[in-house]
Ligand binder design. Structure first.
Ligand code: GLN
Length: 197
């Protein structure tokens, strides 16, 4: 059975659990190093939305930063939403801060400004079709490296992308009641599992 770890330090992690449960997948919360070690057999990891600065600091304080980065950099399928996307990005525009810095994307935090900070829209997602997207003070992907595939754009801005084992969205697919996005991630997880066998 597929087992997905969800980083549960802060932010919107419970909603991912509910979607994955609805899809019949086992989930485990990763809150500390013991959890990480006890669940070394996870097939994929979700980095949820929340506040990237807080989550980034907690990863270091809890000694989770190095082991998680090592697993991602050696192929563990990972999905980062919103703050999770920021954690995975190599570059944060106008900021020296680097978190996991595993994915070749450059992102602007809180890119929709104060007025349009949060909104809901429907847009095309490559490989799925039109899906609902909830934005909550989300980032925009301003630039992508040559290995990165752009999966969705809203009004010309890149809001979803994939590079090898890493999938990111500026929006929150876990807040819409539509399970197709998580099914897409699980497909990625299944493929990675098959390649390992
Ligand atoms: N604005 C948050 C950040 O910069 C992200 C918001 C979210 O995850 N919904 O970390």
């Amino acid at each position: 059975m597929t087992k997905i770890g969800i980083l549960a330090l802060q932010g919107a992690f419970a909603e991912h659990e509910q979607v994955l449960k609805a899809l019949g997948v086992e989930t485990v919360q990763i809150r500390n190093q013991q959890d990480w070690e006890a669940h070394a057999d996870i097939d994929g990891l979700i980095l949820p939305g929340g506040e990237s600065t807080v989550m980034g600091k907690l990863l270091h304080d809890l000694d989770l930063f190095e082991p998680i980065k090592a697993k991602i950099d050696t192929g563990l399928p990972v999905f980062g939403t919103c703050a999770g996307l920021i954690l995975l990005a190599k570059t944060i525009v106008g900021d020296q801060t680097k978190h996991l810095a595993s994915m070749d994307i450059s992102v602007a935090r809180n890119a929709y400004g104060r007025q349009l900070g949060s909104f809901v829209t429907d847009a095309k997602f490559k490989g799925i079709g039109e899906i609902p997207m909830v934005f909550i003070r989300g980032p925009i992907i301003e630039a992508v490296g040559p290995e990165v595939e752009v999966l969705s754009q809203v009004k010309g801005d890149i809001v979803a992308a994939k590079e090898k084992n890493m999938l990111v969205t500026s929006f929150h697919p876990e807040l819409t009641g539509d399970t197709r996005f998580h099914a897409y991630f699980l497909e990625m997880v299944a493929q990675a599992k098959e390649e390992k066998l």
